[in-house]
Design a protein. Structure first.
Ligand SMILES: O=c1ccn([C@@H]2O[C@H](COP(=O)(O)OP(=O)(O)O[C@H]3O[C@H](CO)[C@@H](O)[C@H](O)[C@H]3O)[C@@H](O)[C@H]2O)c(=O)[nH]1
Ligand SMILES: [Mn+2]
Length: 745
C-alpha cells in the first residue's frame, strides 16, 4: 500500500469483481535444467579444485608450484563467479502485460501522475537536439497530458541546452497533437522522420518545422553561443540573462525555467500540454556535486515542490521512448493490489539500443546484464536498477516500506500535496533553495534518502540499497522495446565506460554495504550473491589475465601444465569448459541472440578482462589508498561519419592510443607466437601433442579471438587501425616477457 498513493479505491474494486488480467507471469522452461546442471557442475568444480590443491602440495620445483598456485587462484575465482551467477538461473520468469484491459479496471482520471527526469551533462558530448528528442518522446506519451511533468537536469549548465528546450516547447504544440491524431508510434521526432519516408502534406509541414528547429539548435551549438537573433521574447531574454560573465559549468547559480505549464499552455488543438521544466542546479568548485546521483536528487526535490507525482521515470538523455503506451504497462502492475502489497519499489525496463551493427562488435547490447539476468532476478526479489528506463515509486526514496523517513522540509516528502501553481513565487523560491549546492549538507540526502552517493554506478548502488531496505522490483520487457538508447561505437569509448562501471561496482563491493556481507544479510543468499556477481565484475580480469599468458608462456617452452589427453582429468576439463561455454551460449541464443553476436560477446569479455577491468581494478586500488580519484567521464553520443562507417563494417575502432590497448596487444602477440612455437614442438616431435593439447587449444582460442587485433596492427591502413606507438610498445614488452619466461621456466 505504501508504495503508491492515490489509487487505493480503484485497486479494491479491481480485486473484488472478476477483472480481466492486467499481467501474467510464466516460469522459464530452463528452470529444471538449470538446477540439475548447477548441481552437476558444482561437483565438477569441487573435484577440480581438489586436483589443483593436490598438485600444489606435490609440486617439486618452484616454477611448478607457482603455476599450480596461479591456476588454483584463477579457477577458484572463476568458481566463485560461477556460483554467484547461479541466482540468475534458478528461478527465471517471464512477464506479460495487458494494457488493453486497463480501461476495464481503472478510469483514466485515476491514472497516477508521472514525473519524468532526464539528465544531461555536456552539450558537446550529448547534443541538445538529442536531449530535446528524448523529452518530446515522453511528453507525447499516450497518457493524460495534465498528469505528465518532464524535468530536465542540465549539469552542463548550458544556454545551448536551454535554447534547445525552448525550441522543443514550441515544437511540442504541433508535435503532440500530430502524434495523437495520426497514432504515431515513434514519438521522438528524429526517429519518426528518419524511419518514415512517405508523408501526408500535414506530416510534411511538421517535418519542415522540425527541420527548421533542428537547424537553429545545431547552428547555435556549432557556434557555441546564442546570438541575439535567436532570442525572441522578454521571458527568454530574462532566462538567458543568468549566463553572466562569471557563469561557468563548474561555478554558477541555479537556473530553473518553467517552459510549459500544463494549466496554462495549450497545443494548437487547444489541449493542455505537459509541464516542461529546465533545471540547472547550482554548482560550486568547493562543493561536491556527486555527478548524476546529485543531479537526480535535485530533481527529486525540485519536482517535489512543483508536482510531487507518486511515480518517477528516470531517463538518460540518449534514451528515447519507443512506445507511447509504456506508462500504461506500468499501471498494469501498479493497479494490481497483490503486486503493491509486495512493496514494489521500481519497475525496470531493459536498456535497448539503436544503431548497433549486425554482429554487435563490442557486445554493446549487454544481453546478459540487461536482458538475461533481470529475467532471473525477477523470480527472486526483482532486477537491479540500470539507471534509465525505470519507473520508481517516489515513496521508495524515503526509507524502507515500513519506515518512512521524512526529509528535512516536510514539503519534500512523498505524500505532500502541491496546491500552488508551479510558477508561483513560493514554489519557485523553494525550488531554487533545494537546488542549491550546499543544500544537502547535514541532511540524509544521498545516504538514506534519495539516490545514494559513494559509487560511480549510482544506479546499481541505489537499486541495491532500496532492495536491501525491503523494496522489490519488477522487470518489464515488452516485445517492442519501450526505450531505445545510444551505445558507444569506438573501442576507447566502450572501454572507458566499462572502466567507470568496474570502478563504481568495486566501490560498492568493498564498501561497508558489500553485497557479500550486508547484502546477504539484508536480502538473503541468492540476491546477495547476484549483486556480488555484478559488483565484483572486475575480478574477471585476474583469471582472464592468467589464462591469456600463463599456459602460452609454458607452451612456448614446451612445458605441459594441464592433464594429458589420455588422463581422466582431461575429461573433467572438457566438461567444465564446454559446460560453461555451452550454457552461456544457450542462454544467449534462447534470449534471441545470434551465433555471431554470441561469439563477439565472449570475445569482448576476454578483451575487457585484459583492459578496462584490469585497469579498473588497479585504479580502484590506487583510489583506495588515496593516490588517485576518478570522476564520471560522460560517454560521447556524437557520431563521426568515418567511424560509423567502419563500425557498420564490423571493424574494431582503435585509432587513438590508450594504455588499455597495451596488455591486449601483448596478449595477442604472445598467443600467436606460442601457438606457432607449440605447433612446431609437436610437429618436430620434440613434444607430444597429448601433453600440450589443452595449451594449444587455449592459445588457439586466444589467436582466433585476437584476429581483429592482428588485423588492426598489420593489415589495416584506415584511421581506426592500432596506433603505431601501441604496436611498438607492446611488441617490445611482449619480447621482454618471452625472454623472462624462457629464463624462469
Ligand atoms: O555529472 C554527471 C554525469 C553524468 N550525467 C548523466 O548521466 C547519464 C549517463 O551517462 P553516460 O555517459 O551516458 O553513461 P553510461 O555509462 O552510458 O550510463 C550507464 O551507467 C551510468 C552509471 O555509470 C548510469 O547512470 C546510466 O543510467 C547507465 O545507462 C547521462 O544522461 C548523463 O548526462 C549527469 O547528469 N551528471
Ligand atoms: Mn549512456
Amino acid at each position: 500500500m505504501d508504495g503508491v498513493r492515490g489509487c487505493s479505491t480503484t485497486t479494491n474494486k479491481a480485486t473484488n469483481c472478476h477483472t480481466p488480467h492486467l499481467h501474467t507471469l510464466e516460469p522459464s522452461r530452463l528452470t529444471v535444467f538449470n538446477r540439475v546442471f548447477a548441481a552437476a557442475y558444482s561437483c565438477a568444480i569441487l573435484v577440480l579444485l581438489c586436483h589443483h590443491v593436490l598438485k600444489l602440495i606435490h609440486s617439486t620445483t618452484l616454477a611448478a608450484a607457482f603455476i599450480s598456485l596461479a591456476l588454483l587462484i584463477s579457477d577458484l575465482l572463476l568458481a566463485l563467479i560461477w556460483a554467484a551467477t547461479q541466482p540468475f538461473r534458478l528461478r527465471p520468469i517471464h512477464r506479460k502485460e495487458f494494457p488493453e484491459n486497463l480501461g476495464k479496471v481503472v478510469k483514466e482520471s485515476d491514472y497516477l501522475a508521472l514525473d519524468v527526469f532526464i539528465c544531461t551533462a555536456d552539450p558537446y558530448k550529448e547534443p541538445p537536439l538529442g536531449v530535446a528528442n528524448t523529452a518530446l518522446s515522453v511528453m507525447a506519451y499516450d497518457y493524460p497530458t495534465e498528469k505528465i511533468s518532464v524535468y530536465v537536469s542540465d549539469d552542463g549548465g548550458s544556454q545551448l541546452t536551454l535554447f534547445a528546450f525552448m525550441e522543443a516547447a514550441k515544437f511540442a504544440r504541433h508535435w503532440l497533437p500530430f502524434c495523437r491524431q495520426h497514432n504515431v508510434v515513434e514519438r521522438s521526432p528524429e526517429a519518426y522522420f528518419t524511419s518514415n519516408n512517405s508523408w501526408t502534406s500535414e506530416a510534411e509541414k511538421i517535418k519542415t518545422m522540425y527541420d527548421s528547429m533542428k537547424i537553429r539548435v545545431e547552428n547555435v551549438v556549432e557556434r557555441g553561443k546564442l546570438g541575439d537573433e535567436y532570442i525572441t521574447g522578454e521571458e527568454e531574454r530574462r532566462a538567458f540573462s543568468k549566463w553572466t560573465d562569471g557563469f561557468t559549468r563548474q561555478e554558477h547559480p541555479t537556473v530553473i525555467q518553467v517552459l510549459l505549464e500544463n494549466s496554462k499552455d495549450k497545443d494548437i488543438t487547444d489541449h493542455f500540454l505537459p509541464n516542461l521544466i529546465y533545471v540547472s542546479r547550482q554548482k560550486s568548485r568547493t562543493s561536491p556535486h556527486n555527478f548524476k546521483a546529485g543531479a537526480l536528487n535535485v530533481l527529486l526535490r525540485v519536482s517535489a515542490t512543483m508536482t510531487n507525482a507518486p511515480i518517477i521515470l528516470t531517463l538518460d538523455c540518449d534514451m528515447c521512448s519507443n512506445d507511447p503506451i509504456t506508462p500504461l504497462r506500468v499501471l498494469c502492475y501498479l493497479f494490481d493490489p497483490q503486486i503493491r502489497s509486495k512493496q514494489l519499489g521500481y519497475i525496470q525496463f531493459p536498456q535497448h539500443f539503436h544503431g548497433i551493427n549486425k554482429n554487435d562488435t563490442y557486445a554493446g547490447e549487454f544481453k546478459r546484464l540487461f536482458q538475461i539476468n533481470p529475467v532471473g532476478l525477477d523470480g527472486l526479489s526483482g532486477p537491479t536498477h540500470v539507471g534509465t528506463g525505470c519507473f520508481f515509486c517516489r515513496r521508495a526514496f524515503f526509507g524502507g516500506p515500513s519506515t518512512l523517513l521524512s526529509p528535512e522540509v516536510p514539503a519534500l516528502g512523498p505524500y505532500h500535496v502541491v496546491d500552488r501553481p508551479i510558477r508561483s513565487q513560493p514554489v519557485m523560491e523553494l525550488a531554487h533553495k533545494v537546488a542549491g549546492c550546499n543544500y544537502e549538507n547535514q541532511t540524509k540526502w544521498g545516504s538514506e534518502i534519495g539516490v545514494r552517493y559513494g559509487s560511480l554506478v549510482e544506479d546499481y548502488y541505489t537499486g541495491y540499497r532500496l532492495q536491501c531496505e525491503g523494496w522489490t522490483s519488477i522487470f518489464c520487457n515488452p516485445k517492442r522495446p519501450a526505450f531505445l538508447g545510444d551505445a558507444p561505437i569506438t573501442l576507447v569509448d566502450v572501454l572507458n565506460q566499462q572502466k567507470r562501471w568496474a570502478i563504481g561496482l568495486l566501490e560498492v563491493g568493498f564498501s561497508k554495504f558489500s553485497p557479500i556481507t550486508f547484502g546477504i544479510r539484508s536480502m538473503g543468499l541468492l540476491m546477495g550473491l547476484a549483486y556480488a556477481q555484478i559488483g565484483f565484475w572486475a575480478i574477471w580480469s585476474i583469471p582472464i589475465t592468467v589464462y591469456s599468458f600463463l599456459p602460452q608462456l609454458a607452451l612456448l617452452n614446451g612445458f605441459s601444465i594441464f592433464p594429458l589427453v589420455s588422463e581422466s582429468w582431461f575429461l573433467l576439463y572438457i566438461f567444465l569448459f564446454l559446460g560453461a561455454y555451452g550454457q552461456d551460449f544457450l542462454d544467449f541464443v534462447l534470449s534471441g541472440g545470434t551465433v555471431q553476436r554470441w561469439w563477439n560477446d565472449q570475445r569482448i569479455w576476454m578483451i575487457r578482462g585484459l583492459t578496462c577491468y584490469l585497469f579498473g581494478l588497479v585504479e580502484f586500488s590506487l583510489k583506495s589508498i588515496g593516490i588517485s580519484t576518478q570522476g564520471f567521464n560522460v560517454t560521447s553520443k556524437v557520431l563521426d561519419d568515418e567511424q560509423s562507417k567502419r563500425y557498420e563494417q564490423g571493424l574494431f575502432e582503435f585509432g587513438v592510443p590508450s594504455p588499455m590497448f597495451v596488455p591486449l596487444t601483448i596478449a595477442a602477440i604472445i598467443n600467436l607466437v606460442s601457438l606457432v612455437k607449440g605447433l612446431m614442438w609437436v610437429l618436430l616431435g620434440r613434444s607430444k601433442l597429448e601433453g600440450l593439447f589443452v595449451q594449444l587449444l587455449i592459445a588457439g582460442i586466444g589467436v582466433v579471438n585476437c584476429w581483429p587485433i592482428y588485423e588492426a596492427m598489420v593489415l589495416r591502413s584506415d584511421k581506426g587501425r592500432m596506433p603505431l606507438r601501441t604496436t611498438i610498445i607492446s611488441t617490445f614488452l611482449a619480447s621482454g616477457l618471452l625472454a623472462a619466461a624462457s629464463l624462469l621456466l
